[in-house]
Design a binder for this molecule. Structure first.
Ligand code: 13P
Length: 283
């Protein structure tokens, strides 16, 4: 079943767990997430970056999500991750996407608010929920590359003003996480997150969860994180499984079989993250 993101996240917020948002790239990765979430009875968000939408094709992706709604009896929400192009977002909202992230975090505070507000107003009549980011994460996500020197932490007081002026449904925070793998030991500004939680009453979103120690993720969930984004660890598990399968079966040429270990490896990561988020048996 497809449910609105706000319903999924508000339930998580009221009960103190987080919903994992997994980035998918094709049918195999989508099914790996959905089958694992179904087995663990977890609500789940399926995230697609602009690159994934381009790669899979809007129509295919949306039809696949419609099929997911019919085939999997758990709360599933399809979400646009790090979209920046306003026309693309509006077009996808028209096509039925229920949840979007407008990422204008690289603009000034006021410009970020103006752009996000435009999408919030556009999305409202469709019942589409909107996530936006204040501050800037470093690292690489799809076409989005931010140098460590350009990372900006979320200011808690500004976060309050940002949420009030934009009317967003959830806020992505920058507290030291990064997209992709961490170079050294990740250090999060947990006190800053507590302050943001005091200032903001909507669900908070943690980007860049790959490679974070479980203990740190738990601490963020205790302080208001209701959505945990995972991409890189899934890709790594998938390609590791694929490599080992092809190494063991050099003659393999049937994709229905040579993805077997890739999917199994990815499913294990999905299951671990669902358990870490505390979202199992909530769907
Ligand atoms: P990772 O690739 O670090 O898991 O980050 C995913 C993410 O934040 C997607 O928006």
């Amino acid at each position: 079943m497809i449910v609105s993101r706000s319903r999924i996240l508000v339930d998580a917020q009221s009960k103190g767990y987080a919903v994992p948002a997994f980035n998918i790239h094709n049918l195999e990765t989508l099914k790996a997430v959905l089958e694992t979430a179904r087995d663990l009875r977890s609500p789940v968000m399926i995230a697609a970056t602009p690159g994934t939408v381009r790669y899979m094709g809007k129509e295919f992706l949306i039809k696949m999500m419609e099929a997911a709604r019919k085939s999997y009896d758990i709360p599933v929400c399809f979400h646009l991750d790090h979209h920046e192009n306003l026309d693309d977002i509006k077009n996808l909202i028209h096509m039925g996407v229920p949840s979007v992230m407008i990422d204008a975090s690289h603009y000034s505070f006021d410009e970020n608010i103006r752009i996000v507000r435009e999408i919030v107003e556009y999305a409202a009549p469709f019942g589409v929920t909107v996530e936006a980011e204040l501050g800037r994460l470093s690292g690489m996500e799809d076409d989005l590359v931010v140098d460590e020197r350009d990372q900006i932490y979320t200011n808690p007081k500004q976060a309050n003003e940002f949420v009030t002026r934009t009317g967003i449904d959830s806020l992505a925070v920058a507290i030291g996480t990064a997209h992709g793998l961490y170079k050294g030991e990740p250090k999060l500004d947990i006190d800053r997150l507590s302050k943001i939680q005091q200032e903001v009453d909507i669900p908070l979103v943690l980007h860049g969860a790959s490679g974070l120690p479980d203990e740190l993720v738990r601490k963020t969930i205790e302080r208001g994180i209701c959505k945990v984004n995972v991409a890189t660890e899934l890709k790594m598990a998938f390609v590791k499984g694929l490599r080992s399968y092809l190494k063991a079966n050099p003659e393999a040429n049937d994709p229905r079989y040579y993805f077997t270990d890739a999917v199994a490896g990815m499913k294990k990561v999905v299951a671990d993250k669902i358990k870490l988020c505390g979202s199992f048996n909530r769907g």
